[in-house]
Design a protein around this ligand. Structure first.
Ligand SMILES: Cc1ncc(COP(=O)(O)O)c(C=O)c1O
Length: 390
């Protein structure tokens, strides 16, 4: 079986599995906020995990808020920056800048909510054909009316194409104008080196399940946590920024997965080489094949490929019959057999857009998998090209 949907969700990584088995066997279990010895021990374990995560992420432990994942982080940042408490009304009427078509729906729908319910104007930075945002437009807007902008929220790496955005440049441009910059770093953390301090962003986020930790865990990283307002008030946990008893074992798995990622960074170079070889072989055998995002900086582990005229879902089914699991776009839009918004936004037409499959591996995947995927994909294309569906 080949699991090639890491961008959707990574399998629990080996290190986390080993850790969990021992952890569940040995304990301790307690409410981390309890003042007795067991609680203190659990809290110490969680604070140790926080310190480990902070080190890998290039942040201070005090800048990390444990939560349930990126959707919650995104909601918290938007709420805090745009509407956190009494100042909401004063901020309404200002601009939110996003990339619309490229943002994950967790950002797009949240931004749209604030546009529709709180009188913000949503401004959409266009993307170039290679999938990278048009920095000239962002710079012009920031120069022309930066003082009107309440928040710039632009992702670091795209979940479909794997294209990496110039997030450091964006942060610098926003910092110069005193504009708050949030980068949705869900896809880059665990797939490429990321250092929060060096990024210059005001906020970033991660989801544990994208890198082999437990699902339902995540971290919001804040340059200045005092700028945050809790979405969940509760009992004051996480310094009052996220109520609810912490998922301490889940949070510990974040530290284990991030450490495993850091220890395997050199594997990424090998993975990128194997991915590039796979793509080159595919293009040699099927010159009509299109690799989306190829002209831009990309995550080492993502291939977004289409054979014009062959339906992506048909390819997915063929691959699944050979026990290879890929998706046709992101998990959230996978049921829709139309060109995704990400691809439409970079000018991809339906003949390519309806044909895409996303192959996303991770640092734990054997490199030989690319050989097996190549063989299976070749077979699928040869079979389906005889009966092109559109
Ligand atoms: C870029 C990006 N942002 C945000 C999310 C939301 O993450 P979660 O569903 O873990 O909250 C995802 C998940 O696919 C994503 O890929």
């Amino acid at each position: 079986m080949i699991y090639a949907d890491y961008n959707g969700s990574a399998p629990i990584c080996g290190e986390v599995k080993d850790y969990l088995i021992k952890r569940l066997e040995d304990g301790p279990f307690s409410n981390p906020n309890a003042i007795h010895r067991m609680g203190t021990k659990v809290m110490m374990g969680m604070q140790n995990a926080r310190a480990v995560c902070a080190k890998v992420l290039g942040a201070k432990p005090s800048q990390l808020i444990f939560n349930s994942g990126s959707t919650e982080s995104i909601a918290t940042v938007f709420y805090s920056v745009l509407c956190g408490g009494p100042e909401c009304k004063q901020k309404s009427g200002r601009d939110i800048i996003i990339t619309a078509c490229m943002e994950h729906s967790a950002v797009l729908n949240t931004a749209t909510y604030y546009r529709d319910n709180h009188d913000f104007t949503l401004k959409i930075v266009p993307a170039l054909e290679n999938g990278v945002i048009d920095m000239n437009v962002l710079n012009d807007w920031l120069n022309d009316y930066g003082d009107r902008v309440a928040l710039v929220s632009i992702m670091a790496a795209n979940n479909e194409t794997g294209v990496v955005q110039p997030f450091r440049e964006m942060a610098e441009a926003c910092n110069k104008k005193g504009v708050t910059f949030f980068s949705d770093t869900t896809q880059i953390i665990g797939k490429a080196p990321f250092n929060f301090e060096e990024s210059g962003a005001d906020f970033a986020c991660m989801s544990g399940h994208k890198l082999g930790a437990l699902t339902g865990t995540g971290i919001l990283i804040a340059k200045d946590p005092t700028q945050l307002k809790p979405l969940i008030i509760g009992g004051g946990q996480e310094k009052g920024l996220r109520g609810g008893t912490q998922n301490y074992i889940g949070n510990e798995t974040l530290a284990v997965a991030l450490t495993a990622f850091e220890n395997k960074l050199d594997k990424m170079v090998a993975l990128e080489k194997a991915r590039d070889k796979f793509e080159a072989k595919l293009r040699e055998k099927f010159p009509e094949v299109v690799i989306l995002g190829k002209e831009a900086p990309r995550l080492a582990s993502t291939t977004y490929v289409a054979y014009p005229g062959i339906h992506g879902q048909a390819v997915q089914i063929e691959l699944e019959s050979q026990n290879i699991f890929v998706t046709t776009s992101s998990a959230c839009s996978d049921n829709s057999p139309v060109t995704s918004k990400v691809l439409r936004c970079i000018g991809v037409d339906d003949s390519v857009g309806r044909g895409v499959v996303r192959i996303s591996l991770g640092l734990c995947s054997p490199l030989e998998w690319y050989e097996e995927i190549f063989e299976a994909l070749s077979k699928a294309y040869e079979k389906l090209a005889k009966v092109k569906s559109f």
